[in-house]
Design a protein around this ligand. Structure first.
Ligand SMILES: Cc1cc2nc3c(=O)[nH]c(=O)nc-3n(C[C@H](O)[C@H](O)[C@H](O)COP(=O)(O)OP(=O)(O)OC[C@H]3O[C@@H](n4cnc5c(N)ncnc54)[C@H](O)[C@@H]3O)c2cc1C
Ligand code: FES
Length: 279
């Protein structure tokens, strides 16, 4: 079970794998995620289900190598099996009744945004997608987004590809040019989702964000993914991962995301030495 059926690199630090998981593939909906363990004693890592294929009984995961856990996952090859995989977890993204949506993805957040944009497009929603990266080398999933968007805008921070600027610039330009979005979906680094939400609040556009909080069990038991939404305590794994971007306390979420920085640095250094890789 959980055999890796294919693996390809989308850029130097982002890879896409497909994993044999027929039961998860049958049930998965856009916005849901899995938690996997690469080897017996590995950390549990949450990843969005980027694709579910009931014909082959497989799911797709797109991961960015950022630390010890993802380096360990990346050490596995086609034919190897994951030690454990649970899902689908979390609530599917609510997409019903939306006529015109803007899907905004930043960095590897574009991988999480892709199934949502695809589900919207397939149900007949008009979809504008705005995807942003630090530079040309990091651009991923452009063709995939083009095939499921009515309009696609690619931006890079340094202008080395597409339009120069941040995704918030692209979104603001579209809003000011008169595009009347029913809802914006923003997925990416916490500061990006914070600033998209501040912008859409100014323009009264309902906004969904996908919270990538630190998760351990994924079932509401450990408290790791706690966040504050509309003044109330919520758990990203069971109440989310999607929330109203105008209600999320992003500053608290950013501070909580740095809680384990020291041990993350140690684990990354250890894994870089073990796998002889620089990240
Ligand atoms: C619901 C959800 C869906 C996600 N989907 C994707 C995806 O599709 N592709 C992708 O590349 N990444 C995704 N992530 C983020 C991914 O889980 C982290 O990048 C990964 O856990 C990092 O592990 P690490 O050991 O390599 O890095 P570490 O060095 O341990 O951490 C690097 C950073 O990753 C984050 N992180 C660490 N551990 C966890 C954890 N257990 N849970 C969540 N975040 C953590 C922290 O912000 C940390 O600062 C998702 C996160 C969540 C919560
Ligand atoms: S991951 Fe443990 S409560 Fe959400």
């Amino acid at each position: 079970m959980y055999k890796i059926l294919s693996k390809e690199y989308l850029n130097n630090t982002v890879a896409r794998i497909s994993v044999q998981a027929p039961y998860i593939a049958q049930k998965a909906k856009a916005g849901q995620f899995v938690i996997l363990r690469s080897c017996e004693n590995s950390a549990r890592i949450p990843f969005t289900i980027a694709r579910a294929d009931t014909n082959t009984g497989s799911i797709g995961i797109i991961y960015q190598i950022v630390g010890g856990g993802t380096l360990e996952l990346d050490s596995l090859s086609v034919g190897d099996s994951l030690n454990a995989l649970v899902g689908p977890l979390g609530n599917p993204t609510e997409i019903e009744g939306i006529n015109y949506a803007c899907v905004v993805g930043g960095g590897v957040g574009t991988a999480i945004a892709l199934p949502i944009a695809e589900a919207l497009y397939k149900q007949g929603t008009k979809v504008d997608s705005i995807i942003g990266f630090r530079n040309k080398e990091l651009v991923i999933l452009e063709d995939e987004f083009r095939s499921i968007s009515d309009n696609l805008y690619v931006l890079t921070d340094d202008g080395s590809y597409g339009v120069k600027g941040f995704v918030t610039n692209g979104l603001e330009d579209n809003i000011l040019s008169g595009k009347t979005y029913d809802r914006v979906f923003a997925i990416g680094p916490l500061p990006m989702m914070k600033f998209v939400s501040l912008l859409t609040k100014e323009h009264n556009i309902p906004t969904t964000v996908s919270m990538n909080s630190i998760m351990v069990d994924g079932t509401g038991m450990c408290g790791g993914c706690r966040l504050t939404v509309g003044g109330k305590i919520r758990f990203a794994c069971i109440d989310g991962p999607d929330f109203d971007g105008h209600q999320v306390d992003f500053d608290e979420a950013i501070s909580r995301s740095k809680m384990f920085r020291e041990s993350e640095i140690k684990s990354r250094e250890f894994a870089c030495n073990l796998y002889k890789k620089e990240i």
